[in-house]
Design a protein around this ligand. Sequence first.
Ligand code: 5AD
Ligand code: SF4
Length: 573
Amino acid sequence: MHPLQCVLQAQRCLRWGPLASVSWLLLRTCRAHSGVCSSACPSPERRQEDGVWKDFSSRLATGPPFQHFLRSASVPQEKPSTPDVEDPPPYLTVDDLLGRQRKVYLETYGCQMNVNDTEIAWSILQKSGYLRTSNLQEADVVLLVTCSIREKAEQTIWNRLHQLKSLKSKRLRSQVPLRIGILGCMAERLKEEILNREKMVDILAGPDAYRDLPRLLAVAESGQQAANVLLSLDETYADVVPVQMRPSATSAFVSIMRGCDNMCSYCIVPFTRGRERSRPVSSILEEVRKLSEQGLKEVTLLGQNVNSFRDSSEVQFNNAVSTNLSRGFSTNYKAKQGGLRFAYLLDQVSRIDPEMRIRFTSPHPKDFPDEVLQLIHERDNICKQIHLPAQSGSSRVLEAMRRGYSREAYVELIHHIRESIPGVSLSSDFIAGFCGETEEDHLQTVSLLQEVQYNMGFLFAYSMRQKTRAYHRLKDDIPEEVKLRRLEELITVFREEATKANKTFVGCTQLVLVEGLSKRSATDLYGRNDGNLKVIFPDVEMEDVTNSGLRVQAQPGDYVLVKVRGLPWWQSG
Ligand code: 5AD
Ligand code: SF4
């Protein structure tokens, strides 16, 4: 991140430009299609119960004793809230699935999807009667939500596991044994290799298996290792309300889709997170509405491929026209038909609360039809900020990466976006040293950075991942030191260009959503402008424009008008 450092004329402003009039009747408020609904799918036992009254007395004779009900009745009094567990498998009882107030310590690595997955995993465990702790020393269960995107990300987890091993071995006999779980992409990629390599890992849960966490932990209680790394075609956790790990007064993530069908040749994601599937629009709107009622001022719609969103759960929309791709872009999969698309979702989400900022990440450049761009331009609360991962500036490398576009098509899209959304902030991802990348290819990436002048960027050295197409078909032939040298060069050029781009804000007034106290100075606040750039400004009294004349100090969640005075020293070039 490259914060703009700005001071002056801070003015509190709780409202900005009005939205076009909203018809609330347009909002579809039906509840989410729940992935798990025990009443709709009665167990064989329950079906029998419904119809066969006559053998009631014989079942009573073989049923649990009276003491069982007394025991169960006393349990909830010991718990902070009534745990809500699913039907247990035959080898476990409902009691086994209860957390018994065991304390869970969760640690998140990797992308924002993992932050949201952590909130989902915690929501499921909390319902089962687990407690959360932020103190590792007092944890009974440690769960790491992991990332596999690059080798380095996995190495971090192996190192962490070694530290946890010593914590586990120091556990007193009087305590319950410490249970350790690996969740997410690394569990999915390495499966039992983790259990074999690190015997002290008790459970593995892939990204689609978080509903199974109470069962996995119950099995682990008996001293056995347990794993669920099944990928699903339809799991979206639509009915699980994420519990924010770090409750913020300002912003939250809302997952709208999972998985990826793009199969870029370098990327492990389609193998660890599975096929692309979208969450029903109605459940997304419901979650955003609740966040708005809680007073949150910003939501970021999340997905591996957010703008490929396609909710096909409503039959009446399934005959709609096929996908509009950005001009000059293609897909690695067969064209998909119908469903409610991203433009519809974005429109509906942005109408919920005109004071709530809407962002989305991470999109693919192929899915930016004009209706999405127009909507971003027109709607005041959709941030004028687009992440457009290019990965390379060389058409030859882009083809080897199977990105579905050439440099020319990408640059044309950039121009089209800038014409459609004046003042838009752009960011991108780049990979240095992909298989077969020549010095000339690398220079093409340098020149793309210069041509576009992104406001923000995320740059990585290529890391070969097993299972990917590149692993099977291409050679990881760029020496590590060359990858790193090229990465350094890209970072330098990116910084120079971002400085030029961000200097255009100097002297301008920006609408900033306040997030909190600046980490660098106790007398400053920080927040973000519409383009997601960090802005630092003094924590002083200012005029509240909604309450004429009143002077107040800005709080997290307030909008403040800030005049930008300059860039921080590392960006002022
Ligand atoms: N090596 C390096 N970077 C990668 N990314 C994805 N896979 C790899 C890999 N194997 C980068 C891409 C992607 C971002 C999330 O991570 O730039 O957009
Ligand atoms: Fe990976 Fe490409 Fe899918 Fe992004 S779009 S998650 S880079 S396969």
